[in-house]
Design a protein around this ligand. Structure first.
Ligand code: FES
Ligand SMILES: [Fe+2]
Length: 383
């Protein structure tokens, strides 16, 4: 069946801006694993729906604040993560957890702001939700309930797995030249690994595309129904996020470090969770370690892939833990590169006259997301 999304949806900056407004602003989005924010003054900076945000720990409280100084618009934090009080580096204005300016050096001698001016200085703050060790932000003024976007039952196994994440995290960022939708469509395509990853991950994990008959029929009915109720619209949205045991790994290798960390579950299986719109978490070691892939759209043809590697909680310190995380990068990057190279080639080839995609039945989840997404973009349902 012809895809409903035209090439424009992947290449047009105008489309991208509309998408930021209609889709990303109302939705909860993953911003970081909580372990990066566990210490006082620990922070990450992220772009959520076009807004630069700093998410920072203030004496244990995690707060999301617009990352722009109210004096001369300098970013308050300039690194993507770190530990530093929320003080602007330009002239030293200091901010508190409610976004208010708590100190202005040389206020009395140089700025001479009135009390009224001082008290009205407040940076925008945004809603934060911690789900296990996963931190989400919503930039809308009236955020939808977290459990309206996500089924907590479907994501319970992810919450439990995240509670086991260790504090030692390795972070790398890929600045890719592709539209974010190519990433999520690729993640929901279980047929490509036998071709694209034939010499890497497919050797260990035989990913199978599955067509669940009742799910398939419901999806077909949904995509052919003209008018969808608000309840159904949200129920479809919730069906985009979930996961857990994905495929068995009969010859899963065992490493010495496994004995030093807690394991999620007890199955020699590949674990895989997808969280719409911007998060993918997997474990290729049967729950001893995890890769967290976080997709941050930058423009129509740019997406930052922030990747975090973490093992299960250490039962005790062991000297090779940093090397263990580095070895994960080696393995995972090969597979990631295979995907990124393909997506970048697709992105580079797309133009307004390109033919639309032709989706098969096994791609019914992507067909469902297309229908839902276009309802949002065409203003059928406000989120
Ligand atoms: S721009 Fe931030 S203190 Fe001046
Ligand atoms: Fe892939």
């Amino acid at each position: 069946m012809k895809a409903r999304l035209l090439p424009e949806a992947y290449i047009s900056e105008e489309w991208f801006k509309k998408e930021q407004q209609l889709l990303f602003r109302p939705l909860w989005q993953f911003v970081a694993p909580k372990m990066l924010l566990s210490k006082n003054n620990a922070f990450v900076t992220r772009n959520v729906a076009g807004i630069n945000i700093v998410i920072q720990n203030f004496d244990g409280q995690i707060t999301a604040i617009e990352n722009i100084c109210l004096h001369r618009q300098s970013p308050l934090q300039t690194e993507s993560n770190g530990i530093r009080p929320l003080i602007c580096a330009y002239h030293g204005w200091k901010y508190s957890s409610d976004g208010k300016v708590s100190n202005i050096p040389f206020q009395d001698s140089s700025y001479r702001l009135t009390d009224c001016e001082r008290h009205s200085l407040k940076a925008r703050t945004f809603s934060v939700y911690c789900f296990g060790n996963l931190v989400f932000v919503n930039v809308s003024e009236n955020p939808l309930a977290f459990d309206e976007q996500f089924s907590l039952t479907e994501l319970e196994s992810l919450r439990q797995a995240s509670e086991l994440f260790d504090d030692e995290v390795l972070v790398t960022t890929f600045h890719t030249k592709m539209n974010w939708k190519l990433v999520y469509e690729n993640l929901r395509d279980a047929l490509h690994p036998r071709f694209l990853h034939a010499n890497t991950v497919y050797k260990q994990v035989k990913f199978q595309e599955r067509i669940d008959p009742s799910d398939f029929n419901n999806t077909k009915e949904y995509i052919n129904t003209k008018t969808i109720s608000r309840e159904e619209h949200f129920s479809v949205l919730r069906s985009f996020s979930g996961g857990g045991l994905n495929e068995p790994m009969p010859n899963m290798p065992t490493y010495a470090w496994h004995q030093f960390v807690e394991r999620y579950g007890n199955d020699d299986w590949y674990l895989n969770w997808l969280v719409y719109p911007n998060l993918h978490i997997a474990s290729g070691s049967g729950g001893y370690s995890f890769i967290i892939e976080h997709h941050q759209p930058v423009s129509a043809s740019r997406t930052d892939l922030i990747v975090y590697y973490v093992t299960g909680k250490k039962k005790r310190h062991y000297s090779t833990s940093a090397a263990v995380l580095l070895s994960h990068i080696d393995g995972a990057e090969k597979v990631l590169r295979e995907d990124i190279d393909m997506m970048e080639k697709i992105q580079a080839a797309l133009n307004a006259d390109s033919p639309s995609a032709c989706l098969g039945d096994f791609e019914y989840t992507n067909q469902k997301i297309e229908r839902w997404y276009l309802d949002v973009m065409e203003g059928q349902h406000e989120l």
